[in-house]
Design a protein around this ligand. Structure first.
Ligand SMILES: *[C@@H]1O[C@H](CO)[C@@H](O)[C@H](O)[C@H]1NC(C)=O
Ligand SMILES: *[C@@H]1O[C@H](CO)[C@@H](O)[C@H](O)[C@H]1NC(C)=O
Ligand SMILES: *[C@@H]1O[C@H](CO)[C@@H](O)[C@H](O)[C@H]1NC(C)=O
Ligand SMILES: *[C@@H]1O[C@H](CO)[C@@H](O)[C@H](O)[C@H]1NC(C)=O
Length: 325
C-alpha cells in the first residue's frame, strides 16, 4: 500500500510537470552564441556556435535542452574550413536535412577568410552528415534559407557591400549552389551603426500570409546589438531591395540581458506558435564571444498583424512552454 501510494505520488508529480510544460531561460550558458532551433518529429534540435566543431543537442521539451542529448556531428581538418565554425542552422531542403554554417582558417586574425558552407544529412536530423559544398568564394557569414511563395528558396547571408557589413540574397538553385548575388539591404539607420555598421544573422519568419526577415543590427561588442525587421511586399522579386520595407529596432537590451540578437525562429510542437531563439549577455558593454547564452520566448502579434517580439525576459523567469508539448 505504502509502495502504491509512493508510485501514485510520483506519477502525479510527473504528470503535473508534463502538463505545466514550463521552463526558464537560459537554455545554454555559456557558449550559447548564434542559436538555432528546429522542431521535428517530437524533438527540438538546437545548435550554437562553439568555434571548434558542430554539435546538435536534442530534447523532447524546450526546457529539456538544458540537459539534452548532445552529439558532435562535424569536425574538419581541411585548413580552409577547419576553424572558426559559426552560426550552424539545420534546414530541410529537397527531402534531406542540411546544416548551413560559417567556417574559415585557424586563428582569430584570419576572419576575413570566413565562408558559408553546407553539410548534407539524411531523413534524421540526428543522423550523420557529409561535407556538401561551399556557397561562395568571397567573405560571407550567417547563411540561412528563406522561402517565397511563387519564387522558391533563397539563400540570405551577411556580406560586405563596400565597407558596410550588409545582407545579401541569391536564389538557392540547389541545396549547395546559389544563383546571382544581390545586396538586399545595407545598414543606413543610426540603430544599425552603433560600434560599426552591421547587418547579420538573418532569419526568415512566415505568419498571416507575410514573409519577414529578422536580422541583427550594430556591432556585437556593444549593448546596442539588436534585432531589425525586413518585411517582403509579397509580390516583388525577393532579391530586389525595393520589394522590402525595413523597421526597427524591434528587440533590444532589457532586464539585464544585453545585446539580444542573432536569432532564429521555430514552431511550437502543435504548429500554432512561432518562437524566437536568440543570444544575449550579462556583460553591460556587449559580447561577441562564448559569454553569450541561449534564450527562447514566444513571438506575439499586434492587432494590425505585425510581430511583437516583446523584451528579453529576466533570466530564471518561469515561462509557459511551447503549445503542444
Ligand atoms: C566555450 O567555448 C570556448 C571556445 O571554444 C572554450 O574555450 C570554453 O572552454 C567553452 N566554455 C565552456 C564552459 O564550455
Ligand atoms: C568540440 O568542441 C568543444 C567546444 O570547443 C570541445 O570541448 C570538444 O573537445 C570538441 N570535440 C571534438 C571532437 O572536436
Ligand atoms: C546603447 O545601449 C545602451 C544600453 O542599453 C543605451 O543606454 C544607449 O542609449 C544605447 N545607445 C544608442 C545610441 O542607442
Ligand atoms: C513590390 O515591390 C516591387 C519592386 O520590387 C514593386 O514593383 C511592386 O509594385 C511592389 N508590390 C506591392 C504590392 O507593393
Amino acid at each position: 500500500m505504502k509502495f502504491l501510494q509512493t508510485i501514485g505520488t510520483a506519477v502525479l508529480a510527473l504528470s503535473s510537470l508534463v502538463g505545466a510544460a514550463s521552463f526558464s531561460n537560459p537554455l545554454k550558458n555559456p557558449n550559447g552564441s548564434d542559436p538555432h532551433i528546429a522542431y521535428s518529429g517530437g524533438y527540438y534540435y538546437m545548435m550554437t556556435t562553439t568555434w571548434t566543431n558542430l554539435s546538435i543537442t536534442r530534447a523532447r521539451t524546450l526546457g529539456g535542452l538544458k540537459n539534452g542529448e548532445t552529439k558532435i556531428v562535424w569536425t574538419d581538418s581541411n585548413p580552409n574550413r577547419c576553424c572558426n565554425m559559426w552560426a550552424p542552422e539545420l534546414h530541410w531542403v529537397d527531402n534531406s536535412w542540411y546544416i548551413y554554417y560559417t567556417a574559415g582558417r585557424n586563428g582569430a586574425n584570419n576572419l576575413d577568410l570566413q565562408r558559408n558552407h553546407v553539410l548534407k544529412g539524411g531523413s534524421d536530423p540526428f543522423g550523420s552528415y557529409t561535407y556538401h559544398a561551399q556557397l561562395s568564394n568571397v567573405w560571407g557569414i550567417d547563411g540561412t534559407i528563406a522561402r517565397f511563395a511563387n519564387w522558391g528558396n533563397y539563400f540570405v547571408w551577411s556580406c560586405m557591400s563596400g565597407n558596410l557589413q550588409s545582407l545579401c540574397i541569391a536564389p538557392l538553385t540547389a541545396p549547395g549552389r546559389i544563383g546571382n548575388t544581390r545586396v538586399l539591404s545595407t545598414p543606413t539607420n543610426s540603430w544599425e551603426r552603433n560600434g560599426s555598421p552591421v547587418m547579420e544573422g538573418p532569419a526568415a519568419m512566415y505568419h498571416g500570409g507575410k514573409t519577414y526577415l529578422a536580422y541583427s543590427a550594430s556591432f556585437c561588442w556593444t549593448p546596442n546589438y539588436s534585432l531589425g525587421l525586413l518585411t517582403w511586399n509579397g509580390s516583388g522579386d525577393p532579391a530586389l531591395s525595393n520589394s522590402w520595407s525595413k523597421s526597427g529596432p524591434v528587440f533590444t537590451s532589457a532586464n539585464s540581458n544585453y545585446g539580444p540578437g542573432h536569432n532564429g525562429f521555430f514552431q511550437s510542437p502543435d504548429g500554432t506558435e512561432i518562437w524566437n531563439v536568440y543570444h544575449a549577455t550579462q556583460i553591460r558593454t556587449g559580447a561577441c564571444d562564448g559569454n553569450r547564452y541561449v534564450m527562447a520566448q514566444k513571438v506575439n502579434w499586434n492587432s494590425n498583424g505585425t510581430p511583437n517580439f516583446g523584451t528579453p525576459v529576466r533570466l530564471g523567469a518561469t515561462l509557459a512552454g511551447p503549445s503542444g508539448e
